[in-house]
Design a protein. Sequence first.
Length: 138
Amino acid sequence: MKIFRKELWFNVPSRRGFINITPQIEECLKESGIREGLILVNAMHITASVFINDDESGLHQDFEVWLEKLAPHAPEAQYRHNVCEDNADAHLKRQVMGREVVVAVTNGKLDFGPWEQIFYGEFDGRRKKRALVKIIGE
């Protein structure tokens, strides 16, 4: 069994944003040489997320509106965590959107359903953060 590990780094200039990282994951898969197996992609920061969904701008705007309704940034005083910081909402948004994805690899390709893409979701940006890519297989 082969094992491949790589970190992808991101610096989202705004507080929140979604980045389609599917091309970077496909490049990692190619680099690994693995043809059959599994890929794990996880955010290595507690205010960021990795998830699978459609790459459609209206949907991403819907995510933004929906997440802000679930865990609004302001007023900051509504969260106990914000006694020390101002990112309690980012922790909650990450909890909803998830930490990681696992994708099957078949014949050297991501074994996706229609429209599926992998995204890095940032909820407290403006600094460097990373995601881990771990691929195991043959």
